[in-house]
Design a protein around this ligand. Structure first.
Ligand code: G
Ligand code: G
Ligand code: G
Ligand code: MN
Ligand code: NA
Length: 254
């Protein structure tokens, strides 16, 4: 509860920030976008990891204001970079199942797009498989409204949930993100190699962009690239960067 109370004040006290992890086109090596990741620095606790505070935010409902802040901040930042003469790039923002369940998600996204001026096609919302396993009618309606806004939808952590195949076919999302647990021991693990190749093929046959997460070695990079995975992110390519460092990267990648 102590952490929850501190988190409750974190927004007003400007303790939250976003880091941006670059995403690359694996074939050309070019920067293709970034994923916004929330960071919390509390004066007494220091840096608190998202794995610790996101679940608390979800259980307490604080994820609603925090998630809206993150979406707004990410969209605003991308437009601010463009205003500084840096290239316009797409940004992916994580959306928790709690936010997705909330009736107003599409209205909130529309509001943020309008106030930031970000072209909707440059925004990708990362959903988890758990989102799609809930009330089918509501999920359908929300996905429909989000698609009408023109934003892209990604399936995050693919392969770690359940019923993946049926949902994937049904919901026609834009992007499939291969969970890093399948990437970690490539190319040595024949199981993971087979799984990664299967997921890449699945994305291709469904017409989806495929992003591998957690690429830490050149061997993983080359394996994924060689098997036709279109995009990747991970420490080997770049760690998540504070906004100033991301701006520097943008300045050298145009
Ligand atoms: O080559 P350069 O230092 O600009 O690459 C920046 C990062 O992009 C490196 O960490 C590299 O691993 C990664 N990268 C992304 N795509 C490619 C690619 O297709 N080939 C190579 N060699 N590196 C890539
Ligand atoms: O940022 P990593 O660096 O530690 O993130 C850990 C976990 O926290 C990941 O599962 C990531 O999806 C989640 N996460 C990070 N930022 C956000 C955010 O803005 N919203 C939500 N819902 N999850 C986030
Ligand atoms: O669940 P989600 O995919 O949103 O989480 C992204 C998380 O993965 C963040 O915590 C981010 O810091 C972390 N991450 C990004 N690149 C790597 C990587 O190469 N290796 C590992 N272990 N984690 C990574
Ligand atoms: Mn993610
Ligand atoms: Na993930």
């Amino acid at each position: 509860l102590e952490l929850e109370n501190r988190l409750r004040q974190a927004l007003a006290r400007h303790e939250l920030s976003l880091h941006y992890q670059p995403q690359y086109d694996l074939q050309s090596g070019r920067l293709s976008g970034c994923e916004a990741l929330m960071r919390w620095h509390n004066p007494e606790l220091g840096q608190v990891a998202p794995d610790k505070f996101i679940p608390i935010a979800e259980d307490s409902g604080l994820i609603l204001p925090l998630g809206e802040w993150a979406l707004n901040e990410a969209c605003r930042q991308v437009m601010a970079w463009q205003a500084q003469g840096l290239p316009l790039l797409s940004v992916a923002v994580n959306v928790s199942a709690v936010q997705f369940r909330h009736a107003d998600l599409a209205a909130m996204v529309e509001r943020v797009l309008r106030s930031s001026g970000l072209p909707p096609a440059l925004l990708e919302l990362e959903l988890t498989e758990s989102v799609l396993a809930e009330n089918l009618e509501q999920v359908n309606a929300t996905l429909q409204r989000l698609k009408q806004l023109g934003v892209r939808l990604a399936m995050d952590d693919f392969g770690t949930g359940y019923s993946s195949l049926a949902y994937l076919k049904h919901f026609k999302l834009d992007t499939l993100k291969i969970d890093r647990s399948f990437v970690s021991d490539l190319p040595g693990s024949s199981d993971n190699a087979a799984l990664a190749i299967t997921i890449i093929g699945m994305a291709r046959s469904l017409g989806m962009t495929c992003i591998a997460e957690g690429i830490e070695t050149m061997a993983q990079h080359d394996f994924l690239r060689g098997h036709g995975c279109t995009h990747g992110q991970g420490y080997r390519l770049s760690k998540p960067l504070a906004s100033a460092a991301m701006a520097e990267l943008l300045a050298t990648s145009s």
